[in-house]
Design a protein around this ligand. Structure first.
Ligand SMILES: NC(=O)c1ccc[n+]([C@@H]2O[C@H](COP(=O)([O-])OP(=O)(O)OC[C@H]3O[C@@H](n4cnc5c(N)ncnc54)[C@H](OP(=O)(O)O)[C@@H]3O)[C@@H](O)[C@H]2O)c1
Length: 319
């Protein structure tokens, strides 16, 4: 891939796609294309066909998907498996048939078993049962990995798969019904702070109720680091096996909540509802494979949260 290559970023309005777009632009890529949903419903084969026929991209970042937090995954199980299977099948197949030189498929760490060995190495795929709350989404993603491998084996198509850990950053989803834990916490802290500042005065201490006891540890990668990794992999990785992308470090949900509260300036309290389940105690990817190729993240959690909150404040009106 060089600065004149024709590059498609599918899903360019989303958190990951928009970050890949920014990264490519910052590296001097000049022919970057997107396929906005307003013109191309990527679940529809005829729309994807029309797109590839008209534009003939050389490299494809497949960041279009139906994505959501635990509530959305539990409520819309059919939509999650259908839309993701359709989007990825349509794009991977069209990319191969229209002579794309290389495609990067984005999966997610939820492809791994519910009780993995920590840190989670790539070879733990399909070694145990999945977390049931998002298995529709995970099974679609596993099918995407398998499809990339099968097109490589049978047709010699250069398709690679990256498995990012939990992501956050600009253009994240802050809707409390469908969002992931970090943006949901940020919004709750922001709204709690607003209440304290404007409505209720000093005598009121707002509280935020959170599930479990805050002890589970999770890994969070800033989306600009992920975008850097995706472009790096497009330039440097050509193997069939999927590859983990993470920070190699995890923090407890309690520590995450406290960091967000501190950055936002939320002075209320967190109430831990221990009647609710904690979930898996730890979930941390083994990133030694991508590290051995020379890629490491550069944005620490606190700096990333601060940058994301600045973006949130600038864009609050349209969220
Ligand atoms: N967010 C995370 O924490 C996370 C973690 C690991 C992996 N990932 C992976 O990263 C990828 C991107 O996730 P994200 O967080 O960037 O999601 P996102 O913000 O929801 O973006 C999804 C993108 O896909 C587009 N899209 C969805 N359905 C479409 C359709 N039918 N036709 C055309 N475009 C469609 C969306 O367009 P609209 O803007 O029009 O909706 C948007 O541009 C996914 O494969 C996901 O599995 C995400």
């Amino acid at each position: 891939m060089n600065s004149n290559s024709k590059v498609l970023v599918a899903g360019s309005t989303g958190m990951v796609g928009s970050a890949i777009l920014r990264n490519l632009k910052s590296q001097g890529y000049e022919n970057i294309y997107s396929a906005p949903r307003s013109h191309f419903d990527l679940t529809k084969q005829e729309d994807v066909e029309r797109y590839f026929h008209a534009n003939e991209p050389e490299y494809v970042f497949l960041a279009a998907a139906k994505v959501g937090g635990i509530l959305a995954n539990q409520k819309y199980t059919a939509d999650f498996i259908r839309d993701n299977l359709l989007i990825q099948t349509n794009i991977i197949d069209a990319a191969y048939r229209y002579g794309v030189k290389k495609l990067l498929f984005l999966g997610s760490s939820c492809i791994y078993p519910k009780f993995p060995n920590i840190p989670i190495t790539e070879d733990q795929l399909m070694t145990g049962p999945l977390e049931p709350s998002n298995d529709s989404y995970a099974i679609a993603k596993i099918a995407g990995i398998k499809m990339c491998r099968a097109y490589r084996e049978q047709y010699g198509f250069n398709a690679i798969s990256a498995m990012p850990t939990n992501l956050y950053g600009p253009n994240d989803n802050f809707d409390l019904e469908t969002s992931h834990v970090l943006p949901a916490l940020m919004r709750k802290c922001h709204e709690g702070k607003d209440k304290l500042d404007h409505d209720l005065g000093d005598s009121f201490t707002p509280s935020i109720v959170l599930w479990g006891d805050g002890s589970p540890k999770r890994e969070f990668l800033h989306v600009d680091d992920l975008a850097e990794a995706c472009v790096f992999l497009m330039q440097n990785y050509d193997q069939a096996e999927h590859i983990n992308v993470g920070t190699g470090e995890d923090i407890s949900i309690k520590e995450l909540a406290e960091t967000i509260a501190d950055v936002v300036g939320f002075k209320g309290e967190f109430v831990w509802n221990t009647d609710k389940p904690n979930g898996t105690p730890r979930k941390l990817l083994d990133t030694s494979k991508i590290n051995s190729l020379g890629w490491y993240p550069t944005i620490g959690v606190r700096r990333g949260i601060k940058q994301t909150y600045d973006w949130y404040l600038e864009n609050e009106d349209r969220l």
